[in-house]
Design a protein around this ligand. Structure first.
Ligand code: GAL
Length: 414
């Protein structure tokens, strides 16, 4: 309720904080935020943009980013661009920017001091090509979280886990209570994300950097990674063999309703718990870094603005970028989204216990690493996703074989 009041107050603050425009300009905005929590966050953006005198034309695309991104990119390449679009931090718009199809925001970014405001600096670097800035980072989402159902553990009559190891040990008792230990959505990006969290949790941030950032073959193919691949193989037993869940938020709903004990998912899952009226530490809890060591990756979202030959649209695109970076919107949007703000100079006193855990981790740069989408091309990411989802669903596939294929993909990444 506290967050709801905060959001209402913020909406009022936002409406006065953004200079209105003379005439309302329609901007069609594409994104893949269609779950309950995501829609609540979109509403903050839309209301703030409209309060400034323009008109947010919502272009939500159902399905995951893997469905939406090809649609978005083909529209831009095909000469039918939207006014603004969500993409992830990193290299997803690389070719569009190189083709000169995306609006240069450098002048606005310099006027508003984004480079001094945004942390970590990798978020602005991910928007920058040849010294020019082409996107506005709007949040920090990290996949490095596990969400547990405290209700499920009460039902099973055991303590909720503090770490991944506790969780694995608790699985038999959950099963006895008719509860699926691990809720999993069967889309490639989710399996790949889940592997990255288990790799980070069990291998630590140094090994993550050696493998994903440095792409060091000794690390990629070493004993520790072999152990991690075996643990990931074993984790297949924690899912349901007949699992038919696809969407990430349907898997989150299994945790919300106590049908599953836990889910490894990015912190956008928080929006779902909030919309369900659940409170961190009461009905659910959160284990960043699987509760083993503090770690976050700086995934998340940025908005890009396709070049349109219309001065009024260009001006409205820049008003939208400025709105998204503004203090009031950064607080209101991120509280609703379950993500962390890109700027440190905002008051997040309304943040819940889980977000506060994330902010504390974010304060120490040693705990932070770029997300896979910032490090790898869309093509390499797609290869990893296909391998991981195949492995997860094919018990006959040996960990050693998948490990070898995984290492090769990263060694050969562009
Ligand atoms: C991610 C995005 C998040 C979240 C998630 C699930 O790519 O960064 O904002 O919405 O997809 O849709």
């Amino acid at each position: 309720m506290k967050i709801k009041n905060t959001l209402t107050a913020l909406a009022a603050a936002i409406s006065f904080s953004i200079a209105g425009s003379a005439t309302a300009t329609d901007i069609e905005v594409t994104h893949w935020w269609t779950s309950g929590g995501e829609a609540a966050a979109v509403k903050v953006f839309a209301e703030a943009f409209n309060a400034g005198g323009d008109n947010w034309v919502d272009g939500a695309i159902a399905g995951s980013g893997g469905v939406a991104r090809p649609i978005i990119i083909s529209r831009i390449l095909g000469g039918k661009p939207m006014g603004a679009t969500q993409l992830n931090h990193g290299r997803q718009a690389e070719e569009l920017v190189e083709e000169g199809l995306m609006l240069d925001l450098t002048e606005l970014a310099e006027k508003e001091g984004w480079k001094d405001l945004v942390r970590p600096s990798s978020l602005i670097e991910s928007c920058t090509l040849d010294g020019k800035i082409y996107c506005v980072p709007v949040n920090i989402h990290s996949f490095q979280w596990m969400w547990t159902s405290l209700d499920a553990y009460k039902k099973a009559g055991i303590d909720a886990p503090e770490t991944w190891h506790d969780f694995v040990a608790s699985a038999p008792k959950l099963r006895e209570a008719g509860i699926t230990p691990l809720a999993v959505g069967n889309q490639p990006w989710q399996t790949n994300g889940m592997f990255g969290v288990i790799q980070m949790g069990l291998g630590g941030i140094d090994l993550y950097r050696q493998t994903m950032v440095d792409r060091n073959s000794d690390a990629l193919r070493g004993e520790k990674m072999a152990e991690i691949w075996q643990a990931f193989s074993d984790a297949r037993e924690l899912d349901d063999p007949e699992n038919s869940i696809q969407n990430w938020n349907d898997a989150t709903n299994q945790v919300i309703t106590g049908k599953a004990g836990a889910q490894i998912m990015g912190d956008w899952a928080q929006g779902e718990f909030q919309v369900a009226g659940q409170t961190a530490g009461t009905e659910y809890d959160c284990l960043p870094g699987l509760g083993i060591a503090p770690a976050l990756d700086t995934g998340g979202d940025a908005f890009y603005f396709p070049v349109v030959d219309d001065e009024e649209v260009t001006a409205a695109q820049k008003r939208m970028a400025s709105m998204m970076m503004s203090k009031a919107v950064q607080v209101g949007f991120n509280l609703a989204k379950g993500s962390l703000p890109v700027r440190a100079d905002v008051d997040l006193s309304a943040a819940n216990g889980c977000m506060k855990k994330g902010l504390a981790i974010l304060d120490n740069p040693d705990n932070i690493v770029s997300a896979g989408v910032q490090l790898l091309s869309a093509d390499t990411t797609g290869q990893l996703e296909d391998l991981l989802v195949e492995f997860w669903n094919d018990p006959s596939m040996a960990a050693a074989d998948a490990h070898d294929a995984w290492a090769t993909i990263i060694e050969e990444a562009d």
